[in-house]
Design a protein around this ligand. Structure first.
Ligand code: SAH
Ligand code: SF4
Length: 328
């Protein structure tokens, strides 16, 4: 326990200098050998007025990106759960990388430790919305959330943590059963975000190949059954708005119909165009028009302002630095 506290509260990965180990230096050495807890190396760093993007490298050479967003008095860290992603959504840069490998729980937590102890930034919120599909790496993600929320260490409350999935139905169900069965009762306050982007199976299947495995009907059932801790809690529905793809009045109507019976908040995210030139960014008017359509139909929704796009740190833009360093 002293080791856990010193690692997560002070960023000290050695235990020989802890007073609790002064009587047993052999034990201190053994712990040092058996547990590798190196904080990931920062290979590159980009910054604008309200965001920092880090390129982190692990000892095996694998690189990932992590973003810190500053909003008023809060700072939010957006962590990666995989190096790359196997899900291949057509609008997402990370999807274009393919999957290198899953991150360990230590590597997920390590992103936060780099920010905390190398840059001295105290983080108040955490979103698992960086590179990767969290439920393709379920066990490590859950273990990382348990470590990060542990009151004896980093102590970010579970209610300030959001996990975002592209619609991995078994993952949503497994998380729900962990919460219900009491395997991980503390996770009941965890915020769940589901990236929907279209409520039409054909359209969604083109944008998100995962929809061909778990189509909208199955996804809706899993979301409906997901336990919410309090009556006023909502499932977040991420909707990346792409002109000419999913922004028509009919798209809005289908979305509202789909979400009937689900306590939800739609986050409208203006599309950040990637490097493949396939999609455009919507104008402010197009975003507001879609927002008004949803509101008039009684759907609770918000516009998520684009942040970090000048340093390629916005949603769906993670992977550019990795690609650049890999190829050169
Ligand atoms: N794999 C998970 C979490 C990482 S992606 C998921 O898909 O939910 C984080 C969010 O960024 C998702 O909502 C995703 O759909 C969104 N996103 C991806 N590419 C985007 C782009 N080009 N513009 C805006 N948002 C994008
Ligand atoms: Fe993977 Fe999410 Fe990007 Fe889709 S949007 S490719 S699931 S990271």
């Amino acid at each position: 326990m002293p080791f856990f506290r010193s690692l997560y509260r002070r960023g000290t990965s050695g235990c020989s200098d802890l007073k609790e180990f002064s009587l047993n230096t052999a034990l201190a050495r053994k712990i040092q050998q058996d547990f590798c807890c190196r904080i990931p190396f920062i290979k590159d760093i980009r910054q604008d007025e309200s965001n920092i993007k880090l390129l982190l490298q692990f000892p095996d050479g694998v690189m990932i990106e992590t973003v810190v967003l500053f909003m008023n008095r809060y700072s939010t860290i957006c962590v990666s759960t995989q190096a790359g992603c196997a899900r291949g959504c057509t609008f997402c840069e990370t999807g274009r990388l393919g999957l290198m490998r899953n991150l360990t729980a230590g590597e997920i937590v390590g992103q936060l430790l780099s920010v905390r102890f190398y840059l001295g930034i105290k983080v108040s919120n955490l979103v698992l919305m960086g590179m990767g599909e969290p439920f393709d790496n379920f066990e490590n993600v859950i273990m990382a959330i348990e470590i990060i929320s542990d009151q004896r260490g980093i102590n970010i409350p579970v209610s300030s943590i959001t996990v975002s999935t592209a619609g991995h139905v078994p993952g949503i169900r497994k998380l729900a059963s962990h919460i219900r069965s009491g395997i991980s009762p503390d996770l009941k306050r965890l915020c769940l975000a589901v990236s929907l982007h279209s409520a039409d199976n054909d359209n969604r299947g083109v944008m998100m190949p995962i929809n061909r495995i778990w189509p909208l009907e199955e996804l809706k059932q899993a979301i409906k059954e997901f336990p919410l801790a309090r009556q006023r809690d909502r499932i977040f529905i991420e909707y990346t708005l792409i002109p000419g793809v999913n922004d028509s009045p009919e798209d809005a109507r289908q979305l509202v119909t789909y979400l009937k019976g689900i306590q939800s908040c739609v986050n409208i995210i203006p599309c950040n165009p990637g490097n493949n030139g396939l999609y455009r960014r919507p104008s402010r008017e197009q975003v507001e028009k879609f927002f008004n359509l949803l509101q008039h139909m009684g759907q609770y929704c918000r516009i998520r302002d684009t942040k970090g796009d000048t340093i390629q740190a916005a949603c769906g833009q993670l992977g550019g630095l990795v690609l650049k360093k890999r190829s050169g």
